[in-house]
Write a protein that binds this ligand. Sequence first.
Ligand SMILES: [Zn+2]
Length: 565
Amino acid sequence: MTDKRGKEKKDIHWADNIAETVRSRAQVDPILKKTVKERGYIVYDEKTPSGKIHIGAGRGWVIHDCIAKAMRDKGMKAKFILSSDDTDPFDKMNKDLPPGYKKYLGMPFRNIPSPVKGYESFADYYFSECVEKFEEFGIEAEIQSTGKAYDKGLFNRTIKIALDNADKIQEIYGRFSRKGSVGTKRLPFNPICEKCGKIGTTYAYAWDPVREVVKYRCEANLVDWAKGCGYEGEVSPYDGRGKFPWKVEWAAKWPTIGVSVETAGKDHFTYGGSRSVAIAISDEVFDYPPPYPSTRKDIGKAYEFFTIGGKKMSTSKGRGVSFAGMTDYAPASLLRYLLVKTRPHAVIDFDPVGTNKVVLLYEAYDRTERIFYNKEHVSNEKEAQHEKRVYELSHVGGPVRKTQPIQIPFTYAAALVQIAGDADAAMGALVRTGHVGKSVSAADRKYIIERLAYAGKWVEEFAPDDYKFIVNKSVLKESRVKLSDVEVSALLMFKEKLLKRREYTEEECMEIIKGAVGESGVLPRMFYRAAYLALLNKEHGPKLTSLIKMIGQKETALILGTLEK
Ligand SMILES: [Zn+2]
């Protein structure tokens, strides 16, 4: 697209820019043009279901989903396909598995029983755990199984090409290997051993292009994580009897599926890494243009890591760094917002435990939402447009509402839920505080209850101590001794004023505080400290006027009244 001055016009959001780049590519590349005409724009991602899947992979899924959505918004026929690489070999135990699973090492994940009842296989269990969350995350993906694609013979054509060009593929491996040519005769295909069912232990060493069979051995010492059975035989490589090694498979998928976009985490994009090799194979062996962000000549830029507390944790360690487990910390819609707003090339470090990161995330989301509904003005028009687009692309569940949902600031929700006891009671209190009208809509009610429930969970499990408190029924002795006489009389004066009228607004309450401070001669700072000590047994707390509203004016006065004894 160009503007009036003929300059290239940039879209405001990264996903829209990518959509435009890919469209331009398909206009000039004849192979891509034909592919897109026949199958539409295929945005593709894949994952090995080897255990709990890390949130870093989830970042890729949201990125790909977002690109496909941006394409559809531009009228391009596009879909996001996510495939489970379920025929990869099981090569490492994880802590959730019973020791008996060691016997399956070397077998394809889809042929291993599920560690949990109700799933078809090991692969099905770990993949489903994520896919079940897609609706919450607003991810629209067509889920495929790479193993089934092999079974259906979709890879037969590329398997033949790869085996016919085994030397060429070896040369490419050698080109990117630091050690130079590896000098092996190993073929780019791993059969499933017909005797023991393992795929990680087989070594294919001869290809007969006339009879179309590969000869292989199931070796005892090929890998150190699984032991082959020693069987030697020959087998047709077609229709699911084995698979490509990973880097060749990556390249073979692109022409087979017709992929035009597939990015990945930057660990795959190192020089000589899997992406470099796959690009060369795609270009030189399969003659297919590698998908965005790569081209035949250039690897392009990967997306950055999603780290938790500065660490790129692996899937086998730590609680709650898995994609599915992340919704313990924040709702999927908020996490989606974080991923949509952040450019793929920027690192995301999210440490929800003992920090205010969750608070900041909610605050940023609420601000974006207000900008979207023109309730908050931003002087920079570009920023306003960007925020609005982020809101659209991160929206989850049905069309965007016509009116802005009722926003309860997260810290307010966290304080309220502690005072009220639980989310339902807090909802009632919000009617009293005037945040919510008596005739609140079902959608707003659901939205607010969800926020209150998350706030409650956050306070209980992850919040720093600053956000945690208990409202005492009377002023505790240990707090009483910290108060001077002038502070006590200021609080009692304040109490009298609270009892004078039925309900004050927060603004009126502020005036009363000022009055009590002025009349008693106490320092304002000391008045607040005294009030928090009396009410919460802490020197700090939520905004005092809000706190009083949450506790209730009369209830606050009753607590302060216990200072008279
Ligand atoms: Zn075997």
